[in-house]
Ligand binder design. Structure first.
Ligand SMILES: Cc1ncc(C[n+]2csc(CCOP(=O)(O)OP(=O)(O)O)c2C)c(N)n1
Ligand SMILES: [Mg+2]
Length: 363
């Protein structure tokens, strides 16, 4: 069976021979190498989480972004200081690009006190506003409304902040997606929404949950212009498309949305061997792996060679090993503190009104 896949519609003036990567870019050699380093870190980080999960050291679900490194890293790279992101489960790369130290993320996965959730989460549902990172929200779609709230409040204060969030193609079929994108568009919220079409939502292939030809077509229903579908495994195309969208959002042109075509190379989470994926589809996308393609391109351009690429991975692995050792030495939370930070210790004013009006008491 020949693999049928939707083709990107964004015009690429020219692509390199090796890896088919866009050649029209404003990025310098150093910046292109920096994006490669982030993508390699994203991959090595995921590999480490996968190993720790197999060793029983990660007790929550472990989500991999294998094959989607370009969509997270190259897009987050287009933001500026003061911008915010609301990552989803496959956007660890974006979290790292925006400044969260890998060891914080690792410590969260291994539920240590010295981690963003203090050991209460055990996977990716954590953020850190010091880096402008809003924690992923389990209710799919809800991050879009949160981003709108954040940037609309910033706009009222006269700040030019832009928010970037990602949503899986499956999640665009929720009511929340529709309501939130519509609201953001009407309010001209400076927000960029990237639909990550990775071909599956759990075990459901895209064609079984949405008949739209392209997910970027949804934008027209909200009056959002410039929505395109691009090759999400081409980091240069992802960067340039995001940068243009971020610039438009910052200039007051309102909410932006586009689709990236990519592939979830593992199952939904580490427990899922994804046996439901036909072999030829898997092989097709493995042949379009974003890191392999980008490395072929960097070599063709003379920006890197086998030795320099090997060195990048070596340094990253050494860093991750050191981070793991640090995390293992951190304490796990004391069970007696389990309720801390869950409920407010102060009574909410709304409850006081309720008590006043109806005689109800809250504790
Ligand atoms: C509103 C809502 N419905 C269902 C779920 C359960 N759920 C979690 S992840 C997921 C699949 C999401 O698929 P997709 O949006 O394509 O993202 P991907 O996992 O492929 O990155 C589902 C159904 C949820 N968390 N929230
Ligand atoms: Mg998906």
């Amino acid at each position: 069976m020949a693999v049928k896949t939707k083709k990107p519609i964004a015009a690429r003036a020219a692509v390199s021979k090796a890896g088919e990567i866009s050649l029209n870019t404003s990025l310098t050699r150093e910046q292109q190498l920096e994006i490669h380093r982030w993508m390699a870190l994203n991959r090595e980080f995921d590999n480490k989480i996968s190993l720790l999960y197999r060793r029983g050291l990660v007790i929550g679900a472990a989500f991999s972004s294998l094959g989607q490194e370009a969509t997270s890293c190259a897009s987050a790279y287009a933001l500026e200081k003061g911008d915010i992101i609301a990552p989803m489960i496959r956007n660890a790369g974006a979290t790292l690009v925006r400044g969260m130290p890998p060891r914080d993320f690792l410590a969260n996965y291994m539920y240590r006190t010295n981690s963003p959730t203090g050991g209460r989460d055990g996977n990716t549902h954590m953020g850190d506003l010091r880096y402008g990172i809003i924690a992923p929200i389990s209710m799919l779609g809800a991050s879009i409304a949160l981003c709108s709230g954040y940037v609309l409040a910033a706009r009222q204060r006269g700040e030019k902040r832009v928010a970037l969030t990602w949503i899986g193609e499956g999640s665009t079929s929720t009511g929340e997606f529709h309501e939130d994108v519509n609201f953001a568009a009407v309010m001209k919220a400076p927000l960029v929404v990237i639909i990550e079409n990775n071909q599956y939502a759990y075990s459901t292939p895209t064609k079984n949950q949405c008949l739209a030809e392209r997910f970027s077509d949804k934008a027209v229903g909200y009056g959002i212009k410039h929505a395109v579908t691009i090759d999400g495994n081409d980091p240069i195309a992802v960067y340039e498309t995001t940068k243009a969208a971020v610039d438009r959002a910052r200039a007051g042109e309102g909410t932006q949305l586009f689709e990236v075509l990519t592939y979830r190379r593992k199952g939904h989470a580490e427990h899922d061997p994804a046996k439901y994926v036909p072999k030829d589809i898997q092989q097709y996308w493995e042949g379009r792996d974003p890191l392999a393609r980008y490395e072929a391109y960097l070599k063709e351009k003379g920006f890197a060679d086998d030795a320099s690429i090997a060195k990048v991975y070596e340094e990253i692995r050494a860093g991750i090993e050191a981070d793991e050792a640090w995390v293992m030495a951190q304490p796990k939370p004391d069970p007696a503190t389990v309720a801390q930070g869950v409920y407010s210790s102060e009574r909410h004013p709304a409850h006081m009104d309720d008590e006043f009006l109806y005689g109800r008491k809250y504790h």
